[in-house]
Ligand binder design. Sequence first.
Ligand code: 3EB
Length: 329
Amino acid sequence: MVQAKQNLEAQPDLPRTPRVTYRAASPAAVLAEDGILAVFGFGAGAPDDDDPRYLPVPLESFDAPAPLEAWHVEAEVERGRQDAVHWSAGGSWLFASVTLDERQTGGIEGAAYQAYAQLQRFMRARTGHRVLRMWNYLADINRGEEDAERYKQFCDGRSSGLGDFFARGFPAATAIGHHLREPLLQVYLLACTDEGMAVENPRQVSAWQYPRQYGRTSPGFARGMLMPMRDALAISGTAAVVGHASTHAHDLDAQLDETLLNLESLLATADMPAGFDTHSPLKAYVRHPTDAARVRETLQQRLPGVPVLLMHGDICRRELLVEIDGWRY
Ligand code: 3EB
């Protein structure tokens, strides 16, 4: 299946991308396997585990019981904690997370500043790792008006916490609102000692070039990131944004169609074959629980056999009802 195109040419000397799977198992059982870089639980009922590779994510899944997400590398994995940063590393790959409570940071902007400043400091101390992919989950993402909307304050704090850390290019990213009672900000990342290749979507204005109406600070992320070995594409949170504008406000079916077009366009731009398969785990973030069944039905029909985790999450523009991210191997 490998195409004779430049981006997809195998890079055999470079590290193979972590395998991401959804698993019905306990954290302890998965963490005991060889080469486990990270394990994620979902929602208020997520199990506990003290291992810094285990991260309970404050998003509820519509799948009951929620599976775990596991990242697997072909190497021995070490792990630790440094201040608020939990980390693990193995075979060129690095996982790091920070979870902060806004009540300790004076709000979302301060939390974003601290989370990114700490991650940035941690990454600079470990020379050589480049951040390829980031995830951000925050409470009440759409509360507040205009520049005072919490997502925009998050973007301000993220940017000042980073300084010039992404001057050489932004990672792929996701930013989603959670519904946990506690005002937690969670940020985690995947980094590698080798460089990826950022991919933009020709149907969309690059996020860092969004016009002023979307906030003082443009969101710093790439639409996708080809992994160093060119064996996988990490896909950022993708919604019904065309150009810089949201399309099909409040129309779920049309937003899903537009989102799937954006995903196909991103794959084509990365020189990847069209479509997704059983090895390409995706997540669909759905704003209204009453839309979950419809999203599941549409995705089963349009992406048959693809593992899709359905999450209850708010999208960073309030007119958007659904967003999809994930991996294309
Ligand atoms: C968009 O297309 C939707 O702020 O890191 C998607 C992915 C979005 C990442 C971020 C925001 C972010 O603009 C929003």
